[in-house]
Structures are given as structure tokens and as C-alpha cells.
Design a binder for this molecule. Structure first.
Ligand code: WT7
Length: 654
């Protein structure tokens, strides 16, 4: 890591202490850090006591089989009971669990009592299809209440679910069904996206051509689209589930009983099935949601604007918020349907207090301009969260200002599919936030930044992020591949979990995430973060979004190639002065912001960037383009035509 690279982000000097009012009533105070450091097991035991256990655990943490962890050994609980029935028993049955907003504008309100009724019916329906504890159930669903109901119904009967994001292809779905040997699939005819019905059932039919062991497909009618039907296999949700008994006795499962498998891409083509279990996962999802979002279940309206098909949706739409008995918003569609103010309209309509979304979304809104959120009353908001990728200081500042009215703390939360729940994040009532920094590990979590040899780096330096102690929500293994689990996470730095991210510690010891280590470039022996160059580019007034890759360079090892999307003013400037002039300005700007070493070799102005369906920029593809290589698998792209558009803009491109 070059000194210049580090010093650029470290030059960020804006500081935002917690609002006094929030700090005065915060769920968690600074004492939590000390308590957790003094006795992490006692700390997590206290967090677990926020849940209802049918049988107490005998051991908080069992690391004797490292790197295979067990938490709350011997304890038994039911996740659905904790997320739903428990609140109804406490007299909160009338509290809204979800304000659901369909993309076309139809709405549904589900109270905790409604949810209990539906989850029990769905659990009985799954049982009637022969699903037993331990059997895997695949879900391929739009963002509708039945998705939450189906997940909780699986949890209720101890059948691990694997939710496959509805944007994935039939092939991807088939691969996942086969990998975990699911025998039942829950889906819908389709869902609404970008103003039109978007079919799901045809992809299931296609996927199942290669899955002879799937015996039942439960289909929710959402859009009313025509669907193909396989008699004896397919059954309508409204026929089967609605006819069930709304009573179901929930059985308590072992704390280490599998709760779900979530597939995530690694460095190889085959996705990894990340396994999460019951007690530790729910404990950490619930505690972090309560602490990091400072939730007041009787006052807040909480909204994670992510898809349930990703881990963010699992932990912070379903399990965390429901375990805490919170009222949430669930939105089906896209942010610009039917207009670019849709999110802000929803915030205004439901008086949303807490919004959690990805930097990609924030930068998109930035591109659309302040006047759009400015048309709505966003004063209900009191807390904002960010997740999924490094947030550059300019996007952080825009979020705080244009959305948060300079009033709301912004918590940048670092975690992964594998960690199950948030790991490094400010606490809104305690931390003084720095734009672009996730600050420090949450209480009960231990992280370090280490060099190549595994030695912790001093403050002011960068390296690899590792987690040095097991944590309750950690993945237990990769489904069906223990060796890959060991190799991927525990071999690079023996005894420590290797996250795959680069990070640096500033002079205060606070952590700044720099992106995946495979996204860190090496130019003339200097390591430069793609994130940092992107951040510099985005801080230029003409730029809306940027993606930077290191392309092989005969002289310098790697050369920096930047793909940028211009703001409207930028496009005008480019038209007037010619694209070359804009590229020249931007290179000078990066040079000024970071140093000449970071000046991009090439800047390509593009209309769109290739992103995975979870919104991550696919730098690998951009690198291939920059190096004129053939493209590999593009099935996880939101829109594979984006690549053609980009190629056309490349000098010498086809
Ligand atoms: C990777 C994990 C966390 C749920 C959604 C993504 C990146 C995530 C941050 C953040 C910088 C972040 C990391 C991580 N990432 N959050 N706040 N700051 N980077 O889950 O698909 O498993 O991706 O996302 O690179 O390793 P995921």
C-alpha cells in the first residue's frame, strides 16, 4: 500500500458525532465495547437472552473443532416462534410487521398476528407436501409477503431454505437446487419490475427439467400471467396454503440446526453454498439490528431496500427486524418506477425512520439529482445505513445531506454473506462517524488488518482484513464441501478468518474498507485501491459514477483504466469540448486528489456499468474489456447488453 494512496482517504477530516438526542436514548452505549472485550462469551450470552429458548444452552461457544464453530451448544429454539409468535404472545399481535408496497401501487399490511396465521398455514402446507426437518426447500420469489412467509414456514419446521434471487437464470437456479438437493420449490407466476410483470415460473420449469428429484412446486399467484403447469407437481399457494389450519405447534430445534443456505460467488465459477445455523445466527442478526439501527420497535418504521434474495434481505428484512418485533417496509419494485422519486414517496407515505441500502443506489440517486428527494418530506428519517461495497466520502456526504437532512447518522456497515450479520460498523449513539469509514468492529467482534505475513499493521497502514475470533452468526461451512471452507477462509492466515478485503487503519485505529483484495491494483510496485481512484473520480463535479480496474501493463505491472458515467452537466461539457478534454480534466483531477501514480492510463466515458444483480460492479469484466480479452460467464449481469455498449465506446472496439 503506497503512502500516497493511504494518505488520500486519511485526509478525510470531516467528523460527525452522534446527535445528542439519539445518544441520550440509544439502545447501546460505549460500555458495550468494554463489557464485550472483557468477556465476549458473557456478552453474546446476554444477546442470546433477548430471544426465547425452549432449552438453555450448556456452552456459549465451542471452538474446539476449529474452524468449525458451535454456538449455544445444547440450546433449543424455534426461529419462527422467536420472530412471530413470541410477539403475539406478548400482546403485540396488532403491530404491523410489514407495510408491503407492490410496484404497481397495490399495498398490503401484515400484522404480527396475520404473519403468525400465514406462517402456520404455510408450515402445514409444506408438511402436507412431505417436507421434513432437515429437507432443503428452494425459494425463487419476487419481493412479496409470501416470500417472508415461506422462509419463516421453512424455519418453523426446521427445513433449511435456499432463496435464489429472482433475477438469476434457470441455469443458476438449477445449479443451486442440485447442489443442495432441494425437493420442493416455492415460486410465483412472476413479480413486477420496471412497470411490467416479470415472469418467474418459466425459469423454474426450465430449471426443473434437470432436477428429477423435485417433487412439488408451490406457486403464488402475483401477476396473473399465464403459467405452464405440470400436473401432480405444481400446486397453487392459494389452493394449498389458504386451506390449511392456522394453528401449528412449533418444535424447538438444536441451536446448530441448519437454518439456510445462501449461495454466493467466489473466485471460481462454482458458487459456494454458505451455511447458516439457528441460535448464533439469530442472536447476532437480532442484536446487530437492534444496536446498529438503534431500533425502537414501538416507534420505528424500518426499511432495508434490498432484495430478500441476498443475505442483506435475510438478516435485515426478515430475521433481524422480526426478531426485534419491528415494523418494516417491504417494497417490490425498482427505484425509478413509475418515477425517480419512488423511494422518497415511500419514505414519506410510511414515515420511514430508518433506511438501509447500498452505495450503488445512493450514487444513482446522486446522479438523478437533489431536486428529486427534495420534493418529498423526509423528516421522519432518523438513521441511515449503507452496506455492500465501500462508500466513497462524497456519496456518504450526499446521503447524509440530501436524504438525511444533515440530521441523521450514517452507519457504514461492513459484513458478508459469510459473516451472517454486521461486523464492523459505527454505533449511532456512540461513534463519531467519518465519511467513508466503517470505524471499528462491533462489540463482541474481533478484527485486525494484517500484512502479507499475517502481522497486524500499525495505524496509518493498510493490509488484509481478518477476523480473529469466531462470532455467533458465522458461516458453519460451505454446503457439502468442508475442505473448500477451510481452504477459502482459514488457510491464508491460519487460525484467522480471511475476508478477502483490503483495509487500512487510520491514525485512530479506525478501519477503512478498500474493496476486495483482488480489486486492489499494483502500479509500479504501488498498491492502489480501485475504490480510492473511483472515489476521487466521483468527487469531480462532472462524474456520477466510476469503475476502475487494473489492466495488465508491460511497463508498470498494471495500468489504471477508468470507466465513468457523467452527470448531465458532464455530458454537456463532453459534447461541447469533446470527450478527450473531459478525460484530460479527470486524469488531472485524480492526479491532484491522490497523486500522479493514481492517474488513470485511460478514461472511458460510458452510459452504463456492468453490475451483478446485487449491484456490485463487475470489475473482472471491465478488466477483460480493458485488456481486450474475451468475456467469461456473464449470467450474473443485470443486463448483459451493457457490455456491448461499453465495448462500442472502446477505441478499436467492435
Ligand atoms: C463483500 C461481501 C454485506 C451484505 C451484502 C454483501 C463488500 C460489504 C461493505 C462495506 C466496504 C463492503 C466487501 C465484502 N462490502 N459491505 N460497508 N464497505 N465493503 O454481501 O455479497 O457477501 O459481499 O461486500 O467486499 O467482502 P456479499
Amino acid at each position: 500500500m503506497s503512502e500516497e494512496t493511504l494518505s488520500n482517504l486519511l485526509r478525510e477530516e470531516r467528523r460527525f458525532p452522534p446527535p445528542p438526542e439519539l445518544a441520550a436514548h440509544a439502545n447501546v452505549t460505549a460500555a458495550a465495547y468494554e463489557e464485550a472485550a472483557a468477556d465476549p462469551e458473557a456478552f453474546w450470552a446476554a444477546a442470546a437472552h433477548r430471544l426465547d429458548w425452549a432449552r438453555p444452552w450448556t456452552q456459549v461457544r465451542d471452538w474446539s473443532g476449529a474452524p468449525f464453530a458451535r454456538w449455544f451448544t445444547g440450546g433449543r429454539l424455534n426461529v419462527a416462534d422467536n420472530c412471530v409468535d413470541r410477539h403475539v404472545r406478548a400482546g403485540l399481535g396488532d403491530r404491523v410487521a410489514f407495510h408491503w408496497e407492490g410496484e404497481p401501487g397495490d399495498t398490503r399490511t401484515l400484522t404480527y398476528a396475520d404473519l403468525k396465521d400465514q406462517v402456520c398455514r404455510a408450515a402445514n402446507a409444506l408438511l402436507s407436501l412431505g417436507v421434513q426437518a432437515g429437507d432443503r426447500v428452494a425459494l425463487y420469489m419476487p419481493m412479496i409477503p409470501e416470500t417472508v412467509v415461506a422462509m419463516l414456514a421453512c424455519a418453523r419446521i426446521g427445513a433449511p431454505h435456499t432463496v435464489v434471487f429472482g433475477g438469476f437464470s434457470a441455469d443458476a437456479l438449477r445449479g443451486r437446487i442440485l447442489d443442495c438437493d432441494a425437493r420442493v420449490v416455492v415460486t410465483a407466476d412472476g413479480g413486477y419490475r420496471k412497470g411490467a410483470p416479470s415472469a418467474l415460473k418459466p425459469a423454474v420449469d426450465e430449471a426443473l427439467e434437470g432436477c428429477p428429484d423435485v417433487r412439488s412446486v408451490l406457486v403464488v399467484r402475483r401477476t396473473g400471467q399465464d403459467v405452464g403447469w405440470t400436473e401432480g407437481r405444481d400446486v397453487w399457494w392459494h389452493d394449498l396454503v389458504d386451506a390449511q389450519d392456522p394453528a401449528h405447534e412449533a418444535e424447538a430445534f438444536d441451536s446448530e440446526h441448519p437454518l439456510y443456505i445462501m449461495y454466493t460467488s467466489g473466485t471460481t465459477a462454482r458458487p459456494k453454498g454458505i451455511l447458516h445455523t439457528t441460535g448464533g445466527y439469530l442472536t447476532q442478526a437480532a442484536w446487530t439490528h437492534w444496536a446498529v439501527f438503534d431500533v425502537k420497535p414501538d416507534q420505528d418504521v424500518y426499511w432495508t431496500a434490498a432484495d430478500i434474495g441476498w443475505v442483506t434481505g435475510h438478516s435485515y428484512i426478515v430475521y433481524g427486524p422480526l426478531a426485534n418485533g419491528v415494523t418494516s417496509v417491504l417494497y417490490e419494485g425498482t427505484p425509478d418506477t413509475p418515477h425517480q422519486g419512488r423511494w422518497w414517496e415511500i419514505v414519506e407515505k410510511y414515515n420511514v425512520t430508518t433506511l438501509y441500502c447500498a452505495p450503488t443506489a445512493i450514487r444513482t440517486f446522486m446522479k438523478w439529482g437533489d431536486t428529486i428527494p427534495g420534493q418529498y418530506d423526509l423528516t421522519s428519517l432518523r438513521l441511515l445505513g449503507s452496506v455492500g461495497e465501500p462508500i466513497n466520502p462524497e456519496a456518504w456526504m450526499w446521503y447524509r445531506h440530501a436524504i438525511g437532512g444533515d440530521r441523521c447518522p450514517v452507519v457504514d456497515t461492513w459484513w458478508q454473506t459469510e459473516t451472517g450479520a454486521q461486523m464492523i460498523s459505527p454505533l449511532p449513539g456512540v461513534s463519531t462517524c467519518k465519511p467513508g469509514s466503517a470505524l471499528r468492529p462491533l462489540p463482541g467482534i474481533a478484527a485486525e488488518v494484517v500484512d502479507d505475513t499475517g502481522r497486524p499493521v500499525p495505524n496509518g497502514s493498510g493490509g488484509y482484513l481478518v477476523l480473529t475470533q469466531p462470532w455467533p452468526g458465522m458461516l458453519r461451512t460451505i454446503w457439502g464441501d468442508e475442505q473448500r471452507y477451510i481452504d477459502t477462509y482459514w488457510s491464508r492466515f491460519p487460525g484467522w478468518y480471511f475476508a478477502g478485503d483490503g483495509a487500512k487503519k487510520d491514525e485512530d485505529g479506525d478501519i477503512w474498507l478498500l474493496g476486495r483484495v483482488d480489486d486492489v491494483m499494483n502500479v509500479s510496485g504501488h498498491r492502489i485501491s480501485t475504490t480510492e481512484v473511483e472515489s476521487a473520480l466521483v468527487s469531480h463535479p462532472l462524474v456520477a459514477e466510476a469503475a476502475v480496474v487494473g489492466a495488465t501493463d508491460a511497463t508498470t505491472g498494471q495500468g489504471i483504466v477508468a470507466f465513468v458515467i457523467l452527470r448531465a452537466e458532464g455530458e454537456k461539457a463532453a459534447e461541447e469540448a469533446g470527450g478527450d478534454d473531459v478525460a484530460r480534466q479527470l486524469r488531472a483531477h485524480v492526479s491532484k486528489e491522490i497523486g500522479p501514480i493514481a492517474r488513470p492510463r485511460q478514461i472511458l466515458v460510458v452510459a452504463e456499468l456492468p453490475k451483478t444483480r446485487s449491484g456490485k460492479i463487475m470489475r473482472r469484466l471491465l478488466r477483460d474489456i480493458a485488456e481486450h480479452r474475451d468475456l467469461g460467464d456473464v449470467t450474473t449481469l443485470t443486463d448483459s447488453t451493457v457490455m456491448d455498449t461499453i465495448r462500442e465506446r472502446l477505441p478499436g472496439g467492435s
